[in-house]
Write a protein that binds this ligand. Structure first.
Ligand code: NAD
Length: 424
């Protein structure tokens, strides 16, 4: 295989925000959502944009732009990750915040939706610079986030250490230790066992349910795009339950071996070389070809808008489990549906992360921490229930799984908005 398809398959036609609003519009029409409620849900409740001065290690000053969007707090405090990436825009954060609202609703946890991001390239920054950026951002948000208001968590390029700095800065601002302000914290500072693996574990529970519903038994072949928290752990867990990982990728390259490889060894290789590319026991392929290889399960676990009208016809997988947020463009969704590919939508497939974040918050509120097996069992219970409810509705409505998940979620949020009313 060559590398030539990469540029051609990356064409984007709509922004993530237009895409997210379009998905809501489609479902609003289908469930006859009242026009007023629809209009409210098309807009975020609150947006904060802040400019963050940071003294860089060389003595220069750089001003970064950060956003926090609270899409909805109708069902509880806003909840959603913080992303550090050069591509972060307000529109992207808005879309991710809206998707969080639906995600919390579809799995039935008592949160609204929020998301944050800073336009920066953490790969070119020192730990010292990242810490200062994080603390300044938290300081700007100190009156807008909180255990009862809005609870950030890790997302692309953010991690437990960054969450600990956020929690520490927020606590300084408030004058007391406020562990519940963020989730995804290190265990030593109020984190939950199982949180690090939760997104991937939830995605694997959903995938196993899908295999079962489709009557696919035995060993299956899996391809994973993105080898970070969500992607690499999903590969590891799928491998642990006996499946074959045939292709994986990251920003620097992609590898393929039809006979499979050990994802842990690939991870160790990535730790040494900073990429999965050049892993000795596999063939190097084009970055985007990871989506098109011969496999049964495709797990997009990188960024949004990867599966497009151009590459969707070439996808061979029977199941696409969206560990990433927004990886499939709406026109690609239609193509996959025609090909009878079961797409487990992001708001369901990657909800494991926010479910265990919820557990972390509950454990923190009660100051009573659970064994990892309890965390994983309760995660399974919630994921299985949400999967089955969505699958049944999909069959009943003769639609695709994304539409069914949105129908469940939007109805739940709209009901809460309606019952609460709109005036202070
Ligand atoms: P991460 O920073 O740990 O990893 C991201 C990975 O994707 C990296 O390996 C990076 O090299 C790779 N990547 C980025 N662009 C790529 C591209 N174009 N092609 C191939 N690889 C690419 O981030 P993460 O936390 O694993 O998040 C990945 C996705 O999962 C995001 O969409 C995120 O919103 C979603 N998600 C994460 C969580 C969580 O708990 N971490 C929860 C829900 C959803």
């Amino acid at each position: 295989m060559g590398t030539s398809t990469r540029a051609k398959t990356k064409k984007k036609t709509t922004s993530p925000w237009e895409m997210a609003r379009g998905q809501l519009d489609t479902v609003a029409q289908r469930i006859n959502l009242e026009a007023d409620l629809h209009e409210m849900l098309r807009n975020p409740q609150r947006e904060i944009t802040t400019y963050l001065p940071v003294k860089m290690d060389d003595g220069s000053l750089k001003v970064f732009t950060g956003h926090r969007v609270q899409h909805s707090m109708a069902r509880g405090p806003a909840k959603g990750g913080i992303r550090y990436h050069p591509g972060v825009t307000l529109d992207e954060v808005r879309a991710l915040a809206m998707w969080m609202t639906w995600k919390c609703a579809v799995v039935g946890i008592p949160y609204g939706g929020g998301k944050g991001g800073i336009t920066c390239n953490p790969k070119e920054m020192s730990q010292n610079e990242i810490e200062h950026l994080t603390r300044r951002f938290t300081w700007e948000l100190v009156n807008f986030i909180g255990p009862d208001r809005d609870i950030p968590a890790p997302d692309v390029n953010t991690n437990p250490q960054i969450m600990a700095w956020m929690m520490d800065t927020y606590s300084m601002g408030k004058g007391y230790p406020a562990f519940g302000v963020v989730t995804g914290k290190p265990i030593e500072t109020g984190g939950s066992l199982g949180r690090n693996e939760a997104t991937a574990r939830g995605c694997v529970f959903a995938t196993v349910n899908a295999l079962d519903k489709l009557g696919i038994n035995g060993n299956v072949k899996v391809a994973v795009q993105g080898y970070g928290n969500a992607g690499w752990i999903a590969a590891k867990l799928m491998h642990e339950i006996g499946h074959t990982i045939v292709a994986v990728s990251d920003t620097k390259g992609a590898i393929y071996n039809p006979k499979g490889f050990d994802p842990v060894k690939v991870y160790q290789h990535k730790q040494k070389t900073s990429t999965v590319a050049d892993y000795p026991d596999a063939e190097k392929i084009g970055d985007m070809e990871v989506l098109e290889v011969e496999c049964d399960i495709l797990i997009p676990a990188a960024l949004e808008q990867q599966i497009t009208a151009e590459n969707a016809p070439k996808i061979k997988a029977r199941i696409v489990a969206e560990a990433a947020n927004g990886p499939t463009m709406p026109e690609a969704d239609k193509i996959l549906a025609k090909k009878d590919v079961l797409v487990i939508p992001d708001i369901l497939a990657n909800a494991g992360g926010v479910v265990v974040s919820y557990f972390e918050w509950v454990q923190g509120c009660q100051a009573y921490f659970w064994e990892e097996s309890i965390v994983n069992d309760r995660l399974k219970e919630i994921m299985d229930k949400a999967f089955n409810n969505t699958f049944e509705l999909m069959k009943k409505e003769q639609t695709d799984m994304r539409t069914a998940a949105y129908m469940l979620a939007v109805e739940r949020v709209a009901k809460a908005v309606k019952i609460r009313g709109i005036y202070p």
